[in-house]
Structure formats: structure tokens, C-alpha cells
Design a protein around this ligand. Structure first.
Ligand SMILES: Cc1ncc(COP(=O)(O)OP(=O)(O)O)c(N)n1
Ligand SMILES: Cc1nc(C(=O)O)sc1CCOP(=O)(O)O
Ligand SMILES: [Mg+2]
Length: 559
């Protein structure tokens, strides 16, 4: 790099100047595509440079990473264009970019649509769909094909011919039949193509309850039990996995989707986000699943990550104002939003993540003969909502290596990973934050070193400590020991009363810790303090034979 003015850096995929515009103002001049993979500990007193470093470091998290075969993960979407930009090809491109995967496009139809509805549809002739497919598939390495609007039987046939000619790792079918506004996007003849040709080649099909009903000849779906039956029946039509999306199910406070892999059913729940901005969620979900599959995820893990992404995106965009119609689009670029709002950490840290806080322990892992990564994976699969690596006797190198693996696991589940005590390890692996105690690195210094984006938790036993944590710029406090514990030597027990007292003065969210398990977690959660957001536990999860089961059980108790 010759100078800051000529920082023209390579990036595998140009997806616009948006990221760049976040960085450029720091220099007051134009930069293009920063690529910066190293970790920066900020020792620079110039706040301008400091801002730049933090932001550029986040940008490196947003770049596409080659797979183990050195190829950039690539999804080809075969779908319709939505002029309003909320669904179809436009949503697919944004979703893949947000999930850091390359996306090529075969346009099957051009729609005139907005937040009010679909005003017109122009179907692309099948010969030209075939030409687009041939262009992409014959030249570029495609991992996953994702389909959206397939508006004619002949287009379905052309697609199937090309998939036979150019096999890919996975085929994800979003069986789009109607838009969110209720306009028909694919007629009955297309259904024949789905049933006879496309579904038998499909790795996962993602119907909503209306589409599932159409695929099954019109049977109504009114409950989760109906969705399970439908998932099984659709599976019998040929796809290897089925995800029936229950977002439109009436009378449910949660968005429950049923996933069936041919052997087991999984009910995937997320809180229903109260927003009008849901246009494009189906396309985005299928594209996210495709993106995760392209990166090498297993099917279930891809589905879970995609569902979590949608939940967070809807939540972030709940008040976004776009258009005058009933259904608005949402914002896919959460990470950019974080960069934009770097002065406001609360947008990044969600206090609800404290609900089930899993804290690891190397002694317990050794006792049960498992690695830190195995323990963390089981905990997040069981429903842990945040993880802290508390590896008191690990060698630095081993700790760092393990932290990197755990971070990948946690990121794939959308679960934040914090490091206990060791800021150096947190910085080196770009963890989501740290937890420090009263005799560790002072929280204020931790904030200076980690920057505004990272999560910082502080252990507090008294109202004074809680007040100081807030002044120092912490994000939450860990308060305990609520009950006696064998995990931390000489730990003072403050009881439920001590916890209440701290909660009442704390301006930060609180997670309770110390001796908490299945027998008393409920009592802790029910102390009636609104800023008590969850329980942090060590032995209840990690000093047990099956971490997954214990986490599930505790999750059920505290949710
Ligand atoms: C969530 C949470 N709360 C409290 C602690 C204890 O931290 P600390 O007082 O620094 O003690 P050690 O964990 O370092 O022994 C915690 N780790 N997590
Ligand atoms: C790490 C830690 N900190 C505490 C505090 O009171 O700040 S109690 C504790 C240990 C919690 O382990 P368990 O869930 O096995 O009791
Ligand atoms: Mg500590």
C-alpha cells in the first residue's frame, strides 16, 4: 500500500461501495475495498484512527471466505425480479451478500411490484431462461441452486434439464406460488412440474402453510400437528428435507417452523416479530439456507442459522418505513447497520441473549473427556443463548485455538461468544466480548482496548459495583453467588435478596450466577426484577454426562 490515498485493495466480490462509505469519512477521502485481516489492539490516541481500525476490522468479518477447496461459496438463484427490491432476486442477492456468499442470478420473470402488491408480471421466455442457466452453470462453479418464482411449466422443465446436465451440491426449492400480498405468481400447471420433476431432485423444500397445502392438493393446515403431517407427506413427494414454515399460523405468539429430514421432526421456534416489514422473508430464508449450505453447513444447522438471521433482521427493521402498502421490505445488512451505529453499542448487544448463559470449565471438560468445542457445540445446540469460555488453566495457545473453533460454532448459531478474563485472547480471535471480575482488567480499560462494539460483562456483588460497571461502559453485569457454588473457590454468597438489591439499582441488564440449576432457576427468574435477564451456569450444564439434554431442560425452565 503506497499511501492512504491509494488504498485500492482486493476483494473477491464487489458488492457496492456501501461498506467503503463507512470507512472513507474517517480519512475524509475516498477508499475502496479495504481488506484487513489482522487484529488491532488500539494504542493510538488519535480517535480518528481508532474509529477507522475498529470499523475496518469489522469489515474483514464481512468478506467472503473460500471453502476448503479454495472456491468462493456460490449460490445461483433462479427466481423473479421484484421491482420493489423486497423479495425475489433482489432479496436473494442481499441475503447472500449478508451471509458472505457469492450469488449469481437467472431471472425467470420481471414483476412490477411494490409494498401494495403486484401490478404486473412479464415472464421471461423459457429459451432465454435456458440461455442464462447455460451461461452461469457452464462457466462458474456453483455450489447451490436456489429456486423462487418459477412461473411456467416449461421453465421448471428447462431448469431440471440443466440441473441434470450440471449437478450441484444442493438444490433448495422455495415453492413460490403467491406473493405476500396474495397475488398469484405460479399457476396450477407449474405444480405438475414440481411434483413430477423438481421435488424428486430437491434437497430441501421450504413451503409456508399455504404452499404446503397447495403441494398436498388443498388440505388445510391449522396447527403445528397439521404441519408435521404435511412435512411427512411432502417428504414422500421426493425432497430429502422439508421445512414447513408456520409464520402464517393463526393464534401463535411464536413463529414455529417444522423441519423434517425423513427421520426426525424438529420444531424450530422464534418469537413472532410484530412488524409490517415481512415482505421477502421466504426468499431470504431460502437464500440464507442456500448460503450456509454453500459454505459447508449441515442441513439442520443451515436452517437454524437462516431462521435466526430472519428473526434478527425483522427485529432490526421492525420500524423501517418504506412504501405506503401493507407489507414493507426489511433490511438485510445488520452488520453494516452495526458499523453505522458504532457509537450506540446497545444495537449490537441484545440483553435477551443473557437468558441462558453457558460458562465453560476446563476441569469439568477434562473430567468428562471432551474438548471445549464439543462442550460448546452441545450447549448451543441445546439452546444456550450466550457462551463464555472460562478456561482458567489453559495454555494461551491452546485457549486461542479452542476459542477460534468455538467462535465458528457460536457464529453459525448466531450465539455471542465471550472470553473470561483474557482480553488478549478475545482480541486475537475477534470474540464478541469479555467477562471481567472485580480483580481483573478494569472494565473501563477493557472498553478502551476492545472498542465500542464488543460486549463487556462485569461481576458485581454490590449496588456500588453495579453503578461503577455502568459508568465504565459495561453492557451487562453478572451478579452472584446467588447460591453456594463448588465451581468458584471462596465465593461469597449474596442470596436472592442480594441479587434483588443489585438489580434494583443497576442500569444495566443482569444475569444471575452461582449454584443455579434445574431446582432453583425458576425461583431466580421469578424475583420480579425486569432487568434480570437470565441465569449463568457452569456445573449444571458442564459437569453432567449429556450437556445437550441438560441445556434443553434448563432452557425450557427459564424461557
Ligand atoms: C456471567 C458471569 N458472572 C460472573 C462471573 C465471575 O467472574 P469473576 O468474578 O471474574 O470470576 P472468574 O469467573 O474469573 O473466576 C463470570 N465468570 N461470569
Ligand atoms: C464463575 C462464577 N462466578 C460467580 C460469582 O458469584 O460471581 S459464581 C461462579 C461459578 C458458577 O458456577 P456454578 O454454576 O457451577 O455454580
Ligand atoms: Mg475473572
Amino acid at each position: 500500500m503506497a499511501s492512504t490515498e491509494s488504498l485500492l485493495l482486493c476483494c473477491p466480490f464487489d458488492y457496492g461501495g456501501a461498506r467503503v462509505s463507512q470507512v472513507a469519512p474517517c480519512f475524509g477521502r475516498s477508499l475502496r475495498f479495504p481488506i484487513w485481516n489482522s487484529v488491532h489492539i488500539n494504542t493510538d490516541s488519535n480517535p480518528k484512527n481508532y474509529r477507522l481500525r475498529v470499523k475496518v476490522q469489522m469489515q474483514s468479518n464481512m468478506m467472503m471466505k473460500p471453502n476448503s477447496d479454495n472456491k468462493i461459496p456460490h449460490v445461483l438463484t433462479v427466481a423473479g425480479s421484484d421491482s420493489g427490491g423486497g423479495a425475489g432476486i433482489q432479496a436473494d442477492l442481499k441475503a447472500c451478500a449478508a451471509r458472505r456468499v457469492y450469488c449469481s442470478t437467472v431471472v425467470t420473470a420481471v414483476t412490477a411490484q411494490n409494498t401494495v402488491g403486484v401490478q404486473g408480471v412479464n415472464i421471461v421466455p423459457e429459451d432465454f431462461v435456458a440461455e442464462q442457466l447455460q451461461s452461469v452453470l457452464s462457466d462458474m462453479h456453483v455450489d447451490v441452486v436456489k429456486t423462487g418464482m418459477l412461473p411456467s411449466l416449461n421453465i421448471v422443465k428447462v431448469l431440471c434439464q440443466n440441473l441434470r446436465k450440471f449437478p450441484v451440491k444442493a438444490l433448495v426449492v422455495d415453492p413460490v406460488m403467491k406473493s405476500t400480498s396474495g397475488d398469484v405468481l405460479a399457476g396450477p400447471s407449474v405444480l405438475t412440474g414440481f411434483l413430477e420433476e423438481l421435488l424428486p431432485m430437491t434437497d430441501i423444500v421450504t413451503p409456508n402453510i399455504k404452499e404446503a397445502s397447495v403441494l398436498l392438493g388443498g388440505v388445510p393446515l391449522k396447527s403445528v400437528s397439521d404441519m408435521r403431517t404435511a412435512a411427512k407427506l411432502i417428504h414422500d413427494l421426493g425432497p430429502r428435507n422439508v421445512l414447513v414454515k408456520g409464520g402464517d399460523l393463526p393464534d401463535s405468539s411464536d413463529a414455529i417452523d417444522v423441519f423434517f429430514d425423513g427421520e426426525e421432526f424438529y420444531e424450530l421456534c422464534s418469537p413472532r416479530v410484530n412488524t409490517r416489514n415481512t415482505h421477502g422473508t421466504g426468499c431470504t430464508l431460502a437464500s440464507c439456507i442456500s448460503a450456509e449450505l454453500a459454505k459447508g453447513s449441515s442441513m439442520l444447522s443451515a436452517v437454524k442459522t437462516a431462521k435466526h438471521f430472519i428473526e434478527v433482521a425483522l427485529d432490526y427493521s421492525r420500524d423501517m418505513a418504506m412504501g405506503n402498502g401493507a407489507q414493507g421490505p426489511f433490511d438485510h445488512f445488520l452488520e453494516l447497520k452495526n458499523i453505522n451505529q458504532s457509537s450506540s453499542r446497545q444495537t449490537r448487544f441484545n440483553p435477551n441473549d443473557l437468558l441462558l448463559y453457558a460458562v465453560t470449565d476446563s476441569t469439568m471438560n477434562r473430567k468428562w473427556g471432551r474438548s471445549i468445542a464439543e462442550a460448546v457445540k452441545a450447549a448451543v445446540e441445546g439452546g444456550a443463548t450466550i457462551v463464555q469460555l472460562r478456561e482458567k488453566d489453559a495454555e494461551t495457545r491452546d485457549f486461542l485455538d479452542a476459542a477460534k473453533v468455538c467462535l465458528e460454532i457460536c457464529r453459525s448459531y448466531g450465539v455471542p461468544l465471550l472470553i473470561n478474563d483474557r482480553l488478549d485472547v478475545a482480541l486475537a480471535c475477534d470474540a464478541d466480548g469479555v467477562h471481567v471480575g472485580q480483580s481483573d482488567m478494569p472494565a473501563r480499560l477493557a472498553r478502551t482496548l476492545l472498542g465500542p462494539e464488543k460486549i463487556i460483562g462485569v461481576s458485581c456483588k454490590t449496588p456500588e459495583q453495579a453503578h461503577q460497571a455502568w459508568i465504565d461502559g459495561a453492557d451487562y453485569i453478572g451478579c452472584g453467588g446467588v447460591y453456594p457454588t463448588n465451581t468458584k473457590a471462596n465465593n461469597r454468597t449474596i442470596g436472592l435478596d442480594g441479587l434483588k438489591e443489585v438489580c434494583q439499582v443497576s442500569r444495566l441488564p443482569v444475569v444471575a450466577i452461582g449454584g443455579i440449576g434445574l431446582s432453583n432457576a425458576r425461583a431466580v427468574m421469578e424475583i420480579g426484577e425486569p432487568n434480570l435477564k437470565g441465569v449463568a451456569v457452569v456445573s449444571t450444564l458442564f459437569d453432567r454426562e449429556c450437556i445437550l439434554t441438560e441445556t434443553r431442560n434448563l432452557h425450557a425452565l427459564v424461557s
